[in-house]
Design a protein around this ligand. Structure first.
Ligand code: ARG
Length: 588
């Protein structure tokens, strides 16, 4: 099902070629919603220079040339160079009927499906996850769902930090306290465990010595050492699973492909770069110098592939992972949902991979960067003791707070249902607060704001959805046959949508714009745009519901038409929240 924005973009593109020739086929039609009409195209402003004509003249020409029969009832050029479109009423009516029937709520599948590898979450073994991991997990998961929904083949990669020198001391410490003890520790106390190992390493030379020997054994692949290491990794997997289950994200054990998975590839990566003259040994370390990245003194910065001690670091692993994603997984797009501070590192990895031919031009590697979570004083979000916040405790608190809020708002909700709804609302609030801010920006973690039932919040949108469910339930209880179909997600043949009122028309246009919002996030990877869209939709619905009586409409046909509009809104809200990884309970 094609949506208005894409139909208009197509017709504008054709008109541009028709008027100015095929060399302008690639010009962006720049179609978007307009305050003066339903949509406008800004392409004339962009073309003016290239075709050496005044923008208004171009707009007028395009307004004559666009083929919009059946789609628009009016097309008009306006200053300084807009083409304004008013959609045809019957077109809107039929389109909304189709949307209400469509399980995909009017979102077409991508014409050219890609293979998208998404690197997200990537917590570290034997460490607790922190709020930075919360962001990558929530954003990465939303993108995985959304791109999958658009019909792309999505491959999730959880690049966990499961290798490196700290494992020497961690294994020795585990042996000291008893291997079994680590399992029973619940091992959710990783912070204590890690700190105790660190302290012994710093204070006790004999322990430090053992730890270093243990690292060597680990690197040599000593079977007993590997088995001990695997115990630590497994304990962490149990912990990661607990977090992912509570958060309700798609990540599974089979998505884990940690840093250690690339160990065997690292010497080959280094050799090839050296042999081909891309990397050279500098002060004992194997480096790639990239003139496009310079340090403070304007000297080219090195990407260190192999350290002076012969060990491989983070960069080598990332190079091997990128090659694997392109060559073995067949990625055409690779997304790194990683905090903004790692921008330069990733840019350098991409640049080296390009030079080595591991990242061909046909594949896009993108850093999906995000900012920090701050406390109310705009400092890094930590506990009062200055430690990083325990994710599981944070999620539990969200659920508890949501439970209290729901108890107050709807005391009649049975306890069992309330517990489930509290989980959906609490987790939804955390996710939505994260997704609804522009991801590159920092945001302040604020319980009362994220859990508010008003404003651009998760609970507000969930409530808007639940309220529509309740309207349909009430209609059903009063014996309106259509309502029971709508509650089951069905729209019988013959039911017609009528858009006589401005508020109905506005709602229809908003509904049909869902596909454009989802598409835009698929390109720019900015979930907050979908959040803003859903918020706008909920507000548009409220305006419609205030202006247009549904159950007390003038006649049954009008009532049914409005019920279909309500059902379509419910569908878009549920689908939109679902694509973000947020549940849409039927009552709350
Ligand atoms: N494990 C790292 C951390 O916790 C993040 C890894 C990000 N992914 C990557 N391919 N480098 O900070």
């Amino acid at each position: 099902m094609a949506h208005p924005a894409s139909l208009l973009a197509d017709t504008v593109r054709k008109a541009v070629v028709d008027a100015f020739g095929p060399e302008h086929a690639g010009a962006d039609p720049a179609v978007h919603r307009s305050a003066f009409a339903d949509y406008q195209a800004d392409v004339a402003l962009r073309l003016a220079r290239a075709v050496k004509r005044p923008p208004l003249e171009i707009a007028e020409l395009l307004a004559q040339k666009v083929e919009v029969s059946g789609l628009c009832s009016e097309v008009r050029a306006s200053r300084p160079g807009f083409v304004n479109f008013t959609l045809d009423r019957a077109f809107l009516e039929r389109s909304v009927e189709a949307l209400a029937r469509d399980e995909r709520a009017g979102v077409p599948r991508a014409e050219r499906p890609e293979t998208v590898v998404i690197d997200y979450s990537a917590p570290n073994v034997a460490k607790e996850m922190h709020v930075g991991h919360l962001r990558t997990t929530v954003i990465g998961d939303a993108l995985a769902r959304l791109l999958g929904f658009l019909g792309h083949r999505v491959i999730r990669q959880n690049h966990i930090g499961d290798w490196g020198t700290p494992f020497g001391m961690l294994i020795e410490h585990m042996l000291d306290i008893g291997v079994g003890a680590t399992d029973e520790l619940g091992l959710f106390q990783f912070t204590e465990f890690y700190q105790a190992a660190r302290k012994k390493f710093d204070d006790d030379p004999a322990f430090a010595d053992r730890s270093r020997k243990r690292v060597v054994l680990l690197q040599q692949g000593d079977a007993e050492t590997l088995a001990l290491w695997e115990r630590l990794v497994e304990a962490s997997r149990v912990y990661f699973r607990a977090v992912y289950d509570k958060l309700g994200v798609l990540l599974e054990d089979s998505d884990i492909r940690g840093e250690s998975a690339y160990n065997a590839d690292l010497p080959g990566i280094a050799d090839e770069l050296e042999r081909r003259g891309i990397a050279r040994v500098d002060d004992g370390a194997l480096c790639v110098f990239l003139p496009e990245f310079t340090g403070r003194d304007n000297e080219p910065l090195p990407l260190i592939v192999r350290k002076r001690d012969g060990g491989y670091g983070y960069a080598a692993t990332d190079l091997a992972a990128l090659r694997y994603r392109v060559e073995t997984l067949g990625a055409t797009r690779v997304l790194y949902v990683v905090g903004a501070p790692q921008h330069q590192h990733l840019a350098m990895v991409f640049a080296v991979a390009k030079r080595a031919g591991w990242l061909p031009d046909s594949v896009r590697a993108e850093h999906v960067a995000f900012g920090s979570i701050l406390d109310e004083n705009r400092k890094m979000f930590r506990t009062r003791a200055g430690e990083s916040v325990r994710l599981l405790a944070l999620l539990d608190e969200a659920i508890e707070r949501a439970e209290r809020a729901i108890r107050e708002k709807n005391p009649e909700l049975p306890a069992e249902e309330r517990a489930e709804v509290a989980r959906q609302v609490g987790i939804g609030a955390i996710k939505y607060a994260d997704l609804s801010t522009e991801r590159i920006k920092d945001y302040v973690f604020d319980w009362s704001r994220m859990l508010a039932f008003e404003g651009n919040t998760g609970p507000y949108l969930q409530y808007a959805h639940a309220r529509i469910c309740s309207i349909l339930r009430k209609a059903n209880e009063t014996g309106i046959a259509l309502a029971s179909d709508l509650l089951r997600g069905q729209v019988p043949e013959g039911v017609r949508v009528e858009l006589g009122e401005p508020a109905e028309r506005a709602l229809a246009i908003e509904l049909l714009d869902f596909a454009a919002a989802v598409d835009a996030v698929g390109v720019a990877l900015q979930p907050h745009r979908l959040c803003s869209y859903l918020y706008e939709l909920a507000n548009t619905f409220t305006a419609f519901y205030e202006a247009c009586p549904v159950l007390r409409a003038d006649n049954p046909a009008l009532r049914d038409s409005r019920l279909v509009l309500a059902a379509a809104t419910r569908r878009v809200l549920a689908t939109g929240l679902g694509v973000l990884g947020i549940a849409a309970p039927a009552r709350m």
